[in-house]
Design a protein around this ligand. Structure first.
Ligand code: SF4
Ligand code: SF4
Ligand code: SF4
Length: 355
């Protein structure tokens, strides 16, 4: 008996859906904290992005050391690193390059290398992270620096460090533009806020797919909608600051500025957004803001836990003003904390109602 043949169809052949690749290099001078942070994102989650749960998002293939099944540092058919060589050969189009960790200055060392990612097949030696940047940046449609190390150098770029570490924009140039005309996109934080990173990746994917306008960035290349406000402006404790109520020890609900909080001059939305699922946010839960998102971090904010120099003046003024305001508010508070006098039993209507 012969098998029945399928009826002829007028349907056009399905065209293959374009894929946007995300190539993630976590091999700057890095602790992988930003990769770990992204696993906690919920708005959206990395699963939402990768599994196509967001309407209109292009199909995505993520090549990320933290979760990739493939492994191996050498070039070859089934190795993780092969995706990066494919991108270099122009075989992945389009791709978003994510860099985590600061970029050391390889030209100042006497021998060896500061950091690398996979091996260079020509030499059998590790391919330095800066060489990967040189090779891949011209081919990338977008380039995202994740975390304060990759954006501005961070902890590895402190005064006295031997590596000459710097951020991606310091390395490639602050005016660098991708072949599609996008500047470097910086999402700082140590670690980066999970949802800030997930949201920015999502924005870039929409933009690469032609569904979003140019990403709005400030002069330090941060997304403006995420870094336009200070910690202080979103802090749960701002009311205490305004009333001149400052704690000098931990465990108090009052403002933390006298024990080292830099929130008034730090651009970060963490207190507003919370850390995970809207919960937490450094000063909200009792931790001083050490300014981990800022380009001047950490050097310009040390020693941590000392009162910031400018805070003496502002908290002094706030203490004077706050004392007077608290007295006046106490009078009003005592009044509004009582019910109106006509709410009582009896035969008389005392509300002022006139028929
Ligand atoms: Fe680690 Fe912080 Fe650097 Fe990210 S920014 S790699 S969390 S040290
Ligand atoms: Fe501002 Fe920090 Fe005080 Fe919060 S704890 S009100 S951010 S100074
Ligand atoms: Fe960093 Fe301060 Fe933001 Fe906390 S509140 S994440 S310490 S910048």
């Amino acid at each position: 008996m012969t098998a029945p043949t399928a009826p002829p169809t007028a349907e056009p052949e399905a065209t293959e859906e374009p894929v946007v690749h995300i190539l993630w290099i976590n091999a700057g001078l890095s602790c992988d904290g930003d990769s770990v942070a992204l696993t906690a994102a919920t708005q959206p989650s990395i699963e939402d992005i990768v599994l196509g749960a967001l309407p209109g998002l292009p199909k995505v293939a993520v090549h990320w050391p933290l979760i990739d099944f493939e492994c191996g540092p050498m070039q070859g058919a089934d190795t993780f690193i092969e995706w990066f060589f494919k991108a270099e050969r122009g075989e992945l189009e389009p791709f978003v390059l994510v860099v985590e960790g600061s970029i050391p200055n390889e030209s100042i060392k006497l021998d060896g290398y500061w950091c690398g990612f996979g091996n260079n097949p020509e030499t059998g030696q590790p391919m330095t992270t800066s060489e990967w940047l040189d090779r891949l940046a011209p081919k990338a449609t977008a380039l995202l620096a994740a975390g304060t190390c990759a954006t501005y150098g961070g902890i590895h770029a402190m005064a006295g460090n031997p590596t000459g570490a710097m951020g991606v924009a310091d390395y490639l140039g602050w005016d660098w533009k991708s072949k599609a005309g996008l500047p470097i996109v910086n999402v700082p934080g140590c670690p980066v806020h999970p949802d800030n990173l997930a949201e920015t990746i999502t924005y870039l994917l929409y933009q690469v797919a032609g569904q979003a306008p140019m990403i709005p960035l400030d002069e330090m290349l941060r997304p403006t909608w995420l870094f336009g406000q200070t910690v202080h402006e979103g802090c749960d404790r701002a009311g205490y600051y305004e009333q001149g109520q400052f704690t000098t020890e931990y465990g108090s609900p009052k403002c933390l500025v006298k024990i080292g909080c830099w929130g008034p001059v730090v651009k970060c939305n963490v207190p507003k957004r919370g850390w995970i699922n809207g919960v937490g946010g450094c000063p909200n839960v009792g931790g001083i803001c050490i300014a981990c998102t800022m380009p001047g971090f950490p050097d310009k904010f040390m020693p941590f836990m000392d009162e910031p120099p400018g805070a003496k003046v502002s908290s002094g003024a706030s203490s004077l003003y706050g004392k007077a305001i608290r007295r006046l508010r106490k009078i009003t508070l005592d009044t509004v904390d009582k019910e109106p006098r006509w709410r009582q039993k009896g035969r008389a209507l005392l509300t002022g109602y006139e028929p």
